[in-house]
Design a protein around this ligand. Structure first.
Ligand code: ZN
Length: 216
């Protein structure tokens, strides 16, 4: 499959998973020294080849559709995780809801509740609010002191990067579920995975986790 076919398939998968309300969200894939990104105003579930914008790795448009206004977010994610070749940004219900709450801890808005999230995503810092499309969005990603593969954007949604597009989509689905579980258990006497298990799981799977303060 070409990179464009991969983008079309990823868009459909995100819509099928219920992660693109009102046709929101955008997806990009790195193809050598170019980024292919869904264009502004496109519907993720019905992408066509001419809905794809072509950019250089600094986010400068080279051709194709007009890129989404959230280019800075994608460019900063690739710069932060150079081995990653795909970025997904969504306004999915549970990531947005959790992004409107105070974070569980400075390094992660999502507490360690289930092992699969730790294996797949690790910690998920909450980044500050800037209006959508504001170029300072890139600085929020770049300046975050905690390593991450996925972050929540305050009162906005989530951004996730991955080794490949399929992996980034799978991690986004996992993150939505993790946020839903965090919301369902919020304010209750919940039991977190103990710090030593969090450390063992994230070490084994190579996912980022900075620390586990004793919070509930
Ligand atoms: Zn957005």
């Amino acid at each position: 499959m070409s990179a464009v076919d991969d983008l079309i398939a990823a868009g459909r998968a995100l819509v099928d998973a219920g992660l693109s309300p009102g046709s929101s969200g955008n997806v990009s894939v790195r193809d050598g020294d170019r980024l292919l990104m869904t264009g502004t105003g496109t519907r993720l579930g019905a992408l066509r080849p001419d809905d794809v914008a072509v950019l250089d790795l600094d986010g400068v448009a080279l051709g194709g559709a007009r890129p989404s206004k959230e280019v800075a977010l994608h460019v900063a994610m690739y710069a932060r995780n150079p081995a990653h070749t795909a970025v997904v940004h969504v306004h999915s219900p549970s990531t947005v809801a959790l992004s409107c709450l105070e974070p569980w801890a400075p390094h992660s808005a999502v507490p360690p509740l289930t092992p699969y999230t730790l294996m797949r995503v690790g910690q998920v810092p909450l980044l500050g609010f800037v209006p959508p499309g504001d170029p300072r969005m890139g600085a929020l990603i770049t300046d975050c002191p905690h390593p991450f593969r996925a972050a929540l954007l305050a009162n906005h949604g989530a951004v996730v990067s991955g080794d490949d597009l399929e992996g980034a989509v799978d991690s986004t689905v996992e993150l939505e579920e993790a946020c839903r579980i965090a919301l369902l258990t919020h304010g209750r006497e919940r039991r977190l995975i103990a710090a030593e298990h969090v450390r063992a799981i994230t070490d084994r799977w190579g996912t980022p986790w900075s620390e586990t303060p004793s919070l509930s």
